[in-house]
Design a binder for this molecule. Structure first.
Ligand code: URP
Ligand code: ZN
Ligand code: ZN
Length: 468
């Protein structure tokens, strides 16, 4: 493997910044110092005027996911290649057993798909059903197979939704094993009732999706899961927070000293629920995801929580569909496949919306895009840091580079972008993934299978390091 020297940039970590060159040897960071000389034969990337960040860790993606009678548009190769083009060098995706399927079988299926990834990847396990066999197989998943986080659902009634009793049992099992429970928190019973009511009233277009999933449903379920985690005595990771009241519940729990980690998505910080009012079905349906986009006052609360520490990570929930796939829900919003893309855009969008506007510092951006997720999922400091010895995963971001985001120019395999038309000032121009120069000033050199599976270890009894 060719040595690489990234020369002349400003290295940003979650804890501070400094002018330094970064030398990468055999896929690891070998030195971070000013004035380094390139070893013989090394490739030199000139990063003068640029920022050098730890490669992004996206803790929430869905590549190749079978869902609602279709399969998402990006497979593990196209999705991870797109990620690399946007400076993300690690994804954590979700293996999802069918109802009653042993989770170890599902893991085998996901690992065979995910082996085509071009960047490193780990897997969470979706708790898509609950019973003694599921509980039993959690032990080898955690102790032998490197899957140490489990996502529970309080929504999607009749499919994935679990009762409080099952959540308690599942959270307890996580605690026994030193695994981290995650939750998709929305009240599925209320949503099912509202969906029926809206359709009966003749509201079948995409706006019905948002109307059936009000912020109160997310707030209630978030608070309930925090309460269950507190009673059980286990930390909790709340995925894709979009409602102000949910963010507030997490921030309050954290202030009380409870280990609760909240994740939001760049989309929720900038796009509001007016998208569902569009008369253009493709545009409105393109934004259908759960939870939905909210009104602008929620965005202000999410930004505040990100800046102050109430929310700790950003993912993308990358779950991309083409416009044609979304058309399955013409005439009934309940049939629109839920999900939006974005794995390629997270760093660039957050830099532009957060750093350029002064809402967050570059150091906080690093915490929010890599370091905190790496800590929450037991990958730090191998991932989410540029310490000597860390994996040589990094992104070079040129703050002067202008680019316009569009479905036409993206690498994500879909004809829709929630960021259509966003003009960037500041963009990732180079990406190294474990020492491979995968994105070089617009040239994407992704190889299927170059990524490695990240086998994660369980946490100790007090979950030290999950997140301060
Ligand atoms: O709408 C969404 N978020 N789709 C992906 C699955 C999930 O709920 O995270
Ligand atoms: Zn979800
Ligand atoms: Zn998701």
């Amino acid at each position: 493997m060719t040595d690489i020297l990234v020369r002349g940039g400003t290295v940003i970590e979650a804890t501070g910044r400094r002018r330094a060159d970064v030398l990468c040897v055999e896929g690891r960071v070998a030195a971070v110092e000013e004035g380094l000389e390139p070893p013989a034969g090394a490739l030199v990337i000139e990063a003068g005027g640029c920022f050098v960040l730890p490669g992004g860790v996206d803790p929430h993606t869905h590549m190749q996911l079978p869902m609602m009678d279709t399969v998402v548009a990006d497979d593990f190769f196209s999705g991870t290649a797109a990620a690399a083009a946007g400076g993300t060098t690690t994804i954590l995706d979700f293996a999802g057993p069918d109802r009653g399927e042993p989770p170890l079988d599902a893991l085998g299926r996901w690992q065979s798909w995910a082996s085509r990834s071009t960047i490193d990847y780990g897997l969470h396990m979706t708790v898509s059903w609950w019973g003694p066999r599921f509980a039993a197989e959690m032990e080898p998943l955690v102790r032998e197979r490197g899957v140490t986080s489990f996502k529970f659902f309080t929504a999607y009634k009749g499919r994935l939704q679990l009762s409080d009793e099952d959540l308690i049992a599942g959270f307890l099992r996580c605690k026994d094993l030193g695994a981290l429970p995650q939750v998709h928190a929305e009240n599925g019973d209320i949503i099912a009732y509202l969906q029926r009511k809206l359709v009966a009233e003749g509201i079948t277009e995409p706006r019905g999706h948002a109307l059936s999933r009000p912020p109160s449903c997310e707030a209630e379920a978030t608070f309930r899961c925090i309460t269950i985690a507190e009673a059980v005595g286990v930390p909790l990771y709340v995925v894709h927070v979009s409602a102000a009241e949910a963010a507030l519940a997490i921030a309050r729990a954290r202030r009380r000293g409870q280990k609760v980690v909240g994740e939001t998505l760049p989309n929720f910080l900038a796009i509001d629920a007016s998208v569902y009012e569009s008369p253009d079905f493709d545009f409105a349906a393109g934004h259908v995801m759960s939870p939905p986009y909210r009104s602008p006052e929620h965005q202000a609360a999410l930004w505040q929580a990100l800046a102050e520490g109430g929310l700790s990570t950003t993912g993308t929930d990358h779950c991309s569909f083409t416009q044609d796939q979304k058309r399955a829900g013409r005439g009934d919003f309940r049939r629109i496949p839920n999900g939006c893309g974005g794995v390629e855009d997270r760093l660039n969008a957050l830099w532009n919306l957060g750093v350029n506007s002064g809402r967050i510092t570059p150091e906080r951006l690093v915490a929010l895009t890599s370091t905190n997720a790496a800590k929450a999922f037991n990958l730090w400091p191998k991932k989410g840091s540029l310490e000597v010895g860390a994996d040589a995963d990094l992104a070079v971001l040129d703050p002067e580079r202008a680019r316009r985001l569009s479905a036409k120019s993206q690498h994500q395999r879909t004809d829709f972008s929630v960021w259509e038309g966003l003009l960037l000032k500041g963009a990732v121009v180079h990406t190294l993934a474990r020492g491979r120069h995968v994105f070089a000033d617009g040239d994407l050199r992704a190889e299927p299978g170059a990524g490695q599976f990240l086998k994660r270890g369980p946490f100790g009894p007090v979950y030290e390091g999950v997140l301060d």
